[in-house]
Design a protein around this ligand. Structure first.
Ligand code: PGA
Length: 249
């Protein structure tokens, strides 16, 4: 059985003092949760949040990583650097990176391969734009993101991979996919993975929903059989809200 996981994506929010306070507040609130739990924080918060969350059940992740171990890549951070400070997760290919920073399926592929090589679990984001959905292209878009994003990956690689399905039109907009739609699309993703990498990978792979997941819709979304967790943006910035999501019923 796949263990559910709820992951906070703080995006470019929280100076260190606030970051530490939020992390500290979370610890007792999520202690009894059945789901795994992690927060993906800005680079400058990684070390201090990691310290606060040491020996707790809350994992710490970054939001991007380069594909090389080192080199002339001004402004980038390598997976080796993240591994050195004990980071367990890294978001890759978030739609905001695809949209504003030229991330492509090819760079997603390279970053993911590098991250897992350093024993960091990659949270690989896929999802369609509103116009793609309206034109009925959702499945084609996802198939391409998956085929190219995981090109040359092995069955073993998927032990360090989580997929987050985030319809771009649902991110930060307050519009959530209906639980049925999210479930059906995640089933499509799982079937595509099965086609490409086999039954075993597809059954063990955790696939999350993301996009305006919050305290009000989490219970319904998490009741769906294909949805193995959530990637939470806005609602992860308040301890009580994020904890309520982690402790979904
Ligand atoms: P949101 O963001 O929950 O604020 O919609 C989700 C995400 O971008 O990962």
């Amino acid at each position: 059985m796949r263990k559910p996981i709820i992951i906070g994506n703080w995006k470019m929010n929280k100076l260190q003092q606030d970051a530490k306070e939020l992390a500290k507040e979370l610890i007792p609130l999520v202690q009894g949760s059945l789901a795994d739990c992690a927060v993906c924080v800005p680079y400058t918060d990684l070390i201090c949040v990691k310290e606060v969350l040491a020996n707790t059940k809350i994992g710490v992740g970054a939001q991007n990583a380069h594909w090389a171990d080192n080199g002339a890549f001004t402004g980038e951070v390598s997976p080796a650097m993240l591994e050195e400070i004990g980071i367990s997760y890294c978001v890759i290919g978030h739609s905001e990176r695809r949209q504003y920073f030229g991330e492509t399926d090819k760079t997603v592929n390279m970053r993911t391969a590098a991250v897992i090589k350093h024993n960091i679990t990659a949270i690989v984001c896929v999802g369609e734009l509103l116009e793609e959905r309206e034109e009925g292209k959702t499945e084609n878009v996802l198939r391409k993101q998956i085929t190219e994003g995981f090109k040359n990956f092995s069955e073993d690689d998927f032990k360090k991979i989580i997929i987050a399905y985030e319809p771009v039109w649902a991110i930060g907009t307050g519009k959530t996919a209906t639980a049925e739609d999210a479930n059906a699309t995640i089933l499509f993703i799982r079937n595509t993975i099965k086609e490409l990498f086999g039954e075993n990978v597809s059954q063990n792979l955790r696939i999350l929903y993301g996009g305006s997941m919050n305290t009000k819709n989490v219970d319904e979304l998490m009741s769906m059989p294909e949805i193995d967790g959530g990637l939470i943006g806005g609602a992860s910035l308040k301890a009580a809200d994020f904890a309520r999501i982690v402790n979904y019923r």
